[in-house]
Design a protein around this ligand. Structure first.
Ligand code: HEC
Length: 365
């Protein structure tokens, strides 16, 4: 790894996520936390990728295509796609119309296909419409959600190309960010050999979940989601042999202290760090300054103060920072924004939480 700072690139793929977080900043605290958790989960958790043809298409075919296919004739009757929405082609799902876009890869919140299948049954827009078809089961919805969260890979399926606009429009819409992201990680991984299996096994034995950031990448994502309370400073120290490989680290709600951040600071390829609701302080944050590829930092619910702002402001690679529910003041936030003009900062002193609820949530954590 050279000292070059290439952190800016991956921020792009997260920008949309954070924009949508700010849009929803007024929603209830628990769903806000859930949103962040879901966003992180979708990139951090290791699982088998969805297969469009065997898992997704059959659901759409069974529940939706009767009403959402290209204009066609049945028994002399001309049937148009209902609501102007076609779900019979990949391009059509990605494009939608002015108001509705069925599938936005990785953007579960704004994918209308998911919205309509989760609406209350008596809602006009609930799909399939009430009395016109059985609602999707929770498992089916989860399957669709997972597929979109992972990036809505159609696995080469194109569907009905009739009506598809000139290639450039659709092509430009989706993969650019994806390509930038791939390039960024390829560059980050340059010269890095895959981690030794024995070391992976060791880290896993210590309670960490470890997986490549993408198939074939030597870079790793690590979380402790199967036992956050068991994750402490020792568990983070035990990751040292993998320090060069770790690009994403989720320590949310673990029992680490400032001491662990000394070890985190040695993970030179770290791009995403989630420290949500851990008991670290300004002292710990200062140590993170060494992470020159860090683009995403979640400090949600941490008692850091304006003291940390100077240190954070020096981390020029940061593009997405969550400061919600910290002790950083509006002035501190503004100072940070001035130091990092390219960063999107989630800061919501107005977040309205009924006192009882907030307390319960914190106790529950
Ligand atoms: C029996 C016919 C029928 C079936 C089956 C059906 N839809 Fe629809 N769909 C409609 C109609 C009618 C509208 C237009 C509703 C409106 O504009 O109020 C619509 C509109 C929509 C919209 C646009 C909603 C909006 O906010 O304007 C989406 C997205 C959608 N359907 C998705 C689906 C999905 C996904 C399925 C399968 C799970 C499905 N539909 C199954 C008839 C159907």
């Amino acid at each position: 790894m050279t000292g070059s700072n290439i952190g800016g690139v991956s921020g792009v793929s997260l920008a949309a996520l954070l924009r949508s977080v700010s849009k929803h900043v007024m929603m209830k605290l628990p769903s806000f936390i859930g949103y962040f958790a879901a966003a992180l989960l979708s990139t951090v958790v290791a699982h088998a990728a969805s297969d469009f043809k065997t898992e997704i298409y059959p659901l759409i075919e069974t529940h939706c295509l009767k009403c959402h296919s290209a204009t066609h004739e049945v028994n002399g009757k001309v049937l148009k796609p209902k609501g102007g929405i076609r779900l019979d082609a990949a391009w059509a799902m990605l494009k939608g119309n002015d108001d509705v876009v069925p599938v936005k890869p990785k953007d579960v919140e704004n994918s209308d296909l998911l919205r309509v299948v989760t609406l209350p049954r008596d809602d006009d827009k609930a799909m399939p419409p009430e009395n016109k078809g059985d609602p999707l089961t929770a498992a089916e919805i989860a399957t669709l959600k997972k597929w979109i969260a992972e990036g809505a890979d159609f696995g080469g399926w194109e569907g009905n190309l009739e009506g598809k606009p000139a290639a450039a429009t659709v092509a430009a819409k989706v993969p650019v960010k994806e390509r930038e992201r791939e390039l960024f990680y390829a560059k980050l991984a340059e010269g890095l050999r895959p981690p030794v299996a024995e070391l992976l096994a060791k880290a896993q034995a210590g309670g960490a979940r470890v997986a490549p950031v993408s198939p074939d990448s030597p870079l790793l994502r690590v979380d402790f989601l199967t036992g956050v309370s068991q994750c402490n400073d020792q568990a983070v120290a035990a990751l040292a042999p993998l320090a060069d490989h770790i690009a994403h680290l989720d320590l949310a709600r673990t029992n680490i202290t400032d001491a662990a951040l000394k070890d985190v600071a040695r993970m030179r390829r770290l791009t995403r760090l989630d420290l949500r609701s851990v008991k670290i302080t300004d002292t710990g944050i200062v140590q993170l300054a060494a992470l020159e590829n860090l683009t995403f930092l979640n400090l949600y619910g941490i008692p850091v103060t304006d003291e940390a702002v100077t240190a954070l402001g020096k981390m020029k690679s940061l593009r997405n920072i969550c400061l919600a529910e910290t002790m950083i003041t509006e002035a501190g936030k503004n100072k940070l924004q001035a130091a990092l003009p390219l960063a999107q900062i989630v800061f919501n002193p107005d977040l309205t939480v009924p006192a009882g609820k907030g307390a319960a949530k914190k106790a529950g954590n």
